[in-house]
Each structure stands twice: as C-alpha cells, then as structure tokens.
Design a protein around this ligand. Structure first.
Ligand code: B12
Ligand code: SF4
Ligand code: SF4
Length: 369
C-alpha cells in the first residue's frame, strides 16, 4: 500500500467541509490523564462521567484503534450571530447546541476515514463521544492553543469550533503546534457569571452553568439567578474572548464556510450536512411558555439531541422554569398561568422550581401556603 501524504489527507478534510485540519502522532496523552485524575480527586468534575469515567481509555488513541499511528483532527465552525432577543419570555440556547453540528462534523471526518480505509488503513472517527479528550488531540495536531477558559482557540479564528478526530493506523507527518496567544488577558476568568474558572485553564464543573444545565437533580439554589435566561449551554467565556470578538466586530464568522448551504449559511459558517430545523431565531431563543406546554414526545423531538440526564424531559422543563423565573415578566398572564400550572405538577422537583420561579417573579400569592 502506498504511504498516504499528510497534505492530501488535510486537503480531503477541507474538501469535506472541515474548517481546519491537522495531524498528530497517536501517542498517549499522559499529562491529560493526570489532569483528569486530579480534577476527579478534587471534585472539580462535579460528578460528570464522560472522559472522567475511564481516564486510561480517553487518553490513549491505541484503545480506539489497535496499532494507531496518527490522529487526523478536524474543527468545524458553528458560530452565527445571535438574533435579537424577541420581546417575550424566552430561553437562550448556546450557539453550539442550536443545530446538530456534531453530526455534520462526524460526516466530514467520515469522508477522511473512508479515504484512509480505501488506501488500506484502519480509521475510526471519534467526536464528543468520550473515547478521547478532543481538545488535547486538537492541540497536538496544531489546530490551536488552550485558552484560559480551557477552550481550544484557532489562530486568527477564535474558539467557536467543535472538534473531532480520525484515529488511524496510517503513519502521517505531524503538524506544527500553535503557541499560546492569550498573553496577559484574563477576561474569561473575570466574566464568568459564577466564577467557575478558578485558575487559568481550570473549570470547576460544580459551578459551571454549562454543566449544571446538564446535571441531574435540583438546579442548585445559589446559581439559579446566575443562570439568567439560559436553558442549555453557556457562551459567556467565549463571548468576552477578544479573538472571538474581533471577528464578530468585523462582521465575520470564525469559519471559512466551505460547505454547501444558502448564501446566508456561507457567510456565517459551514453547516456541512445541513442538519438544521427552524429559523436561527427559533433555535437561539426558545419561547418558554410554549416549551413548558409541550408533551414529552414533542419536547424530546425538538431537544432530544441535547445531553439530558437519563433522557428525562423533566430536566429541560426544570431549566425552563428557572429561566422563566428570571424573565422579569410577572405581569404577563401567560407566564403566570404557566407557573401556576407547574405549582400543581405531579413531579415534586418541578413544583419546587415553580415555587422558586413564582417568588422570583413576585407572584408569591399564587404559591400555596
Ligand atoms: C466534559 C466536557 C464538558 C464539561 C467540562 C468542561 C471542561 N472544561 O472540561 C462541561 C459540561 C462544563 C462542558 C462545557 C462546555 N463544552 Co464541553 N466537553 C466536555 C468533554 C466531553 C470532555 C472534556 C474533558 O475531557 N475535559 C477534561 C479536562 C481535564 O480538560 P480541560 O478542562 O479542558 O482542561 C485542559 C486545559 O485546561 C489544559 N490545561 C491544564 N492546565 C492548564 C493551564 C493553563 C494556563 C491553560 C491555558 C490550560 C491548561 O489541560 C487540560 C487537559 O487537557 C469534551 C468532548 C471530549 N470527548 O473531549 C467536550 C468539549 C470540550 N466541549 C466543548 C464545548 C463546545 C463546550 C462549551 C463551549 C459548550 C457551551 N457553550 O456550553 C462549554 C465550555 C465550557 C468551558 N469553559 O470549558 C468542545 C470544545 C471545543 C473547543 N473549541 O475547545 C468539546 C471538545 C466537544 C467537541 N468535540 O467539540 N464541556
Ligand atoms: S461556560 Fe459559562 S459558567 Fe462555564 S466557565 Fe464559561 S462562562 Fe463560566
Ligand atoms: S478571554 Fe482572554 S484569556 Fe480567556 S481564552 Fe480568550 S484570550 Fe485567552
């Protein structure tokens, strides 16, 4: 079999719709394994499983493909401008969760894997599936550097990218690493609404809103106000980040828009595979009264691709009730009627969040004594 050329493989990734592609040796991620164990020992993982479940496995590409020699790592840009907030009680969805960008990413990486398989090598795609720490693969493949908010930033293009890898037995020439470019900036640490970035590069998941909306149980009382109108994900530490802001202020998106799509799609980044439903406004801003009126099936049809504990729709409702409480719309009869309905819900957890929302909205009279 003829040895594959890194340049050809990278070009194939770009042709498949990826916005950046790099190559790394498939060595163990030794220091990351130690970080995972340290985070877990100190409780910073907040009970998450994901890559923490088995640090030996998620830091060893050889566990994905026996005899792995190289990683081909791809980044796909997902950021589009957040539409103006509608003038009603709405919940905000973080940019990465508005459409199925992971599906699009896997599809593009799948084309790279198919090319390697056709050349006689083994090649397996891993992306956001906990088999490998994706950011470390991206750092090693020279796609970017670890920001102090722990995201990988691509030089000149910022962090609005999802990341994934093809683990392969092919021997490829590795890309050069990217040096740190945060410099003295500390904006993400200073702007996190809950102080979750406890040191440069270290996120305490117990305080991180992006984790708390995905965690089971009651939403912690001390962070309910800080949750604001978010119902899934949190973008604050990326929105304040100067490399991201520079691009937005210039009216450009981080990605180059190589995939097919409408003119608007092209201008605001690639949506390879075009997996989307609903307008940008509907995907970014969810009408809370409407969401809280959906039955389980319809709710999961719309939001089932999110990470929801044990796939129980009650957790999406829990987040929506907190956001409704924070909406400041205690004078809107539909908002009040929704909260009152949940005060009598069969699920005690939702009743507790409805009580909190009623008090926060100043409609305490609705709460039974
Ligand atoms: C668990 C997880 C989470 C958890 C924990 C986040 C975290 N920081 O680990 C929660 C639910 C909070 C989360 C949130 C988000 N996530 Co997430 N998440 C993951 C997941 C499944 C594993 C991450 C992991 O293993 N972390 C392990 C810990 C130890 O690593 P770390 O915190 O990143 O720490 C590293 C650096 O800090 C660095 N480091 C160590 N010391 C120092 C010191 C300095 C000075 C610096 C600068 C760095 C540094 O080394 C550490 C080890 O690699 C990956 C998917 C995957 N399979 O890899 C996606 C992933 C990391 N998430 C992603 C995204 C998009 C997000 C959100 C932006 C989503 C959102 N808008 O809500 C937020 C960002 C929050 C944040 N600031 O990190 C993307 C990141 C893309 C990118 N460009 O970096 C990933 C890679 C998914 C993907 N495949 O695209 N996520
Ligand atoms: S995602 Fe939000 S809560 Fe988590 S570290 Fe970033 S700004 Fe803080
Ligand atoms: S806000 Fe500043 S410190 Fe934080 S990741 Fe961006 S450039 Fe780095």
């Amino acid at each position: 079999m003829s040895p594959p050329d890194s340049t050809e493989v990278i070009s194939a990734g770009v042709a498949a719709g990826l916005d950046a592609v790099g190559v790394a040796r498939a060595e163990r991620f030794g220091s990351v394994r130690a970080e995972l164990v340290r985070h877990r020992d100190q409780g910073l993982h907040g009970g998450m499983a994901f890559t923490y479940r088995n640090p030996d496995r998620s830091t060893d590409p050889g566990r994905v493909v026996d005899g792995a020699r190289s990683l081909v790592v791809g980044a796909l840009g997902y950021r589009r401008p957040t539409p103006v907030r509608p003038d009603r009680a709405v919940g905000r969805v973080a940019a990465y969760a508005r459409r199925d960008h992971y599906g699009a990413l896997r599809q593009a990486l799948g084309q790279v894997a198919a090319m390697l398989v056709a050349a006689g090598y083994e090649a397996v795609v891993v992306a956001d599936d906990n088999a490998l720490v994706d950011r470390e693969a991206a750092r090693r493949a020279g796609l970017g550097w670890y920001g102090k908010n722990s995201n990988i930033l691509l030089p000149g293009r910022g962090s609005w990218f999802v990341l994934g890898t093809v683990v392969t037995t092919a021997e490829l020439v590795p890309s050069d690493p990217v040096p740190d470019q945060c410099g003295p900036c500390r904006r993400c640490l200073e702007s996190c609404p809950t102080g979750a970035i406890i040191a440069p590069g270290v996120v305490d998941a117990r305080r991180c809103l992006a984790w708390l909306v995905q965690a089971g149980g009651d939403f912690p009382l001390e962070y309910r106000e800080a949750l604001g109108n978010r119902i899934y994900g949190c973008d604050d530490c990326q929105e304040v980040c100067p490399p991201n802001r520079l691009l937005e202020d210039a009216g450009e998106d981080a990605s180059v828009g190589t995939a097919s799509g409408s003119e608007e799609d092209m201008a605001w980044g690639s949506v390879a595979g075009g997996v989307s439903s609903g307008s940008e406004e509907e995907m970014a801003w969810v009408d809370l009264v409407e969401l809280l009126g959906l039955d389980d099936d319809r709710l999961m049809d719309r939001y089932g691709r999110w990470y929801i504990p044990r796939r129980e729709p009650r957790y999406v409702r829990r987040n929506a009730l907190v956001a409704l409480g924070n909406s400041g719309r205690g004078d809107d009869p539909e908002v009040v009627a929704t909260v009152v309905r949940y005060l009598a819900d069969a699920d005690p957890m939702l009743v507790r969040h409805a009580v909190w929302a009623a008090r926060r909205l100043g409609v305490d009279a609705a709460v039974p004594a």
